[in-house]
Design a protein around this ligand. Structure first.
Ligand code: AMP
Ligand code: AMP
Length: 317
């Protein structure tokens, strides 16, 4: 059994982790990217394809595919769900993630404190962030102080959601839910850095939220304990709503305001790029494993444990 992924997003994290656990790997790479990935010594893993969509046509029955942010961005949740790919994780969770209504339902069921959502412009009575449906990486978002500021700015072809704008620090906490050990591991936290919302030097009041990268963050330990409980609530809520286990990595995207209130505005049901800052170890993964353990390796370790106990089917959906 091999481990494979698309050459993008967190591929270095995933492939290096799979190798560290002794797996053969496949890195599906478009021609423009091969030079870059070869430079990391991954030449033997590279499988050249003309476009990322081509993986849907290939026979990959001997490969466990690790989905990351580029899968939904380039292939779309529906194609992935309908494919024969052997995806590590839960295809059902992708559906809950992509649909804004299901997403809110799951987060509310998990007991997370979600910023107020306004279902129509008329209801808006505070500053909001306007999010177009299907936007990736914060592209196309804007903020408005009141409803008057929104009028005239919406594209009638698009659907939007309006969420109360929270002022604070953006904290992305990642978890690994191990079905092998039947435990939730809190893996690491990072700050997502966005241009130019996070830039100090700017003079416009319409910042863009396009992600540039991530910064490592070590939380106050008391705050970490709160996040741990939030993660547990999330895993349990998914089980209640779908009767399925949440498998592997996920992330809860939050803002902590000046009163230390934690608002959760999003989640991702897969490895997030923020875990790239925690190679080769996060403080928390080191505390748990006493060894170097990054997210790509953690995924491969789980796969190995499950294979050794003939339980792999539980993690591939
Ligand atoms: P790229 O290969 O950089 O175009 O990224 C592929 C997809 O992953 C896009 O949807 C990006 O918005 C998303 N992405 C890449 N890096 C990050 C990151 N550090 N945080 C959040 N999303 C990311
Ligand atoms: P999202 O696509 O929901 O992950 O959001 C992209 C970015 O928009 C986040 O990283 C935040 O910087 C910003 N954002 C999203 N929701 C809110 C909110 N309710 N209040 C303030 N900023 C937000």
């Amino acid at each position: 059994m091999k481990i494979g992924t698309l050459a993008s997003h967190s591929a270095l994290n995933i492939i290096s982790g799979a190798k560290a656990e002794g797996f053969d790997t496949e890195l599906y790479c478009t021609p423009d990217r091969t030079r870059f990935y070869r430079a990391f010594g991954l030449g033997e893993s590279i499988v050249e394809i003309d476009s990322f969509n081509d993986i849907l046509e290939r026979d990959l029955s001997d490969v466990i595919i690790i989905p990351h942010g580029s899968f939904v961005a380039y292939l779309g949740a529906e194609k992935i769900q309908n494919s024969d790919l052997r995806i590590f994780g839960n295809k059902e969770l992708l559906r809950w993630e992509e649909d804004r209504i299901l997403k809110s339902q799951l987060m509310t069921e998990a007991g997370l404190n979600v910023p107020q959502e306004f279902s129509s412009i008329d209801e808006i009575d505070s500053p909001v962030i306007v999010k177009s449906y299907g936007a990736a990486g914060g592209e196309g978002y804007f903020i408005a102080e009141n409803k008057q500021e929104i009028l005239g700015k919406l594209d009638s072809e698009k659907q939007y959601s309006f969420q109360k704008y929270i002022v604070g620090t953006k904290i992305f906490t990642t978890y690994f839910n191990s079905i092998f050990h039947n435990r939730l591991e809190v893996f690491g936290a990072d700050i997502r850095y966005e241009t130019d919302a996070d830039a100090n030097v700017r003079f416009d009041d319409k910042p863009s939220f396009v992600v540039v990268g991530n910064l490592p963050l070590v939380l106050r330990e008391s705050t970490l304990a709160q996040y741990f409980e939030m993660g547990n609530g999330f895993v349990e809520a998914f089980k209640r709503l779908t009767n399925q286990h949440l498998v592997g990595p996920f992330c809860i995207e939050t803002i902590i305001d000046r009163n230390q209130t934690i608002y959760s505005f999003e989640f991702s049901g897969r490895i997030v790029a923020g875990t790239n800052v925690w190679m080769p170890s996060s403080p928390y993964s080191f505390a748990l494993f006493g060894d170097q353990m990054w997210m790509g390796r953690r995924i491969a370790r789980e796969i190995r444990d499950l294979i050794e106990h003939q339980r792999l089917d539980e993690a591939i959906r």
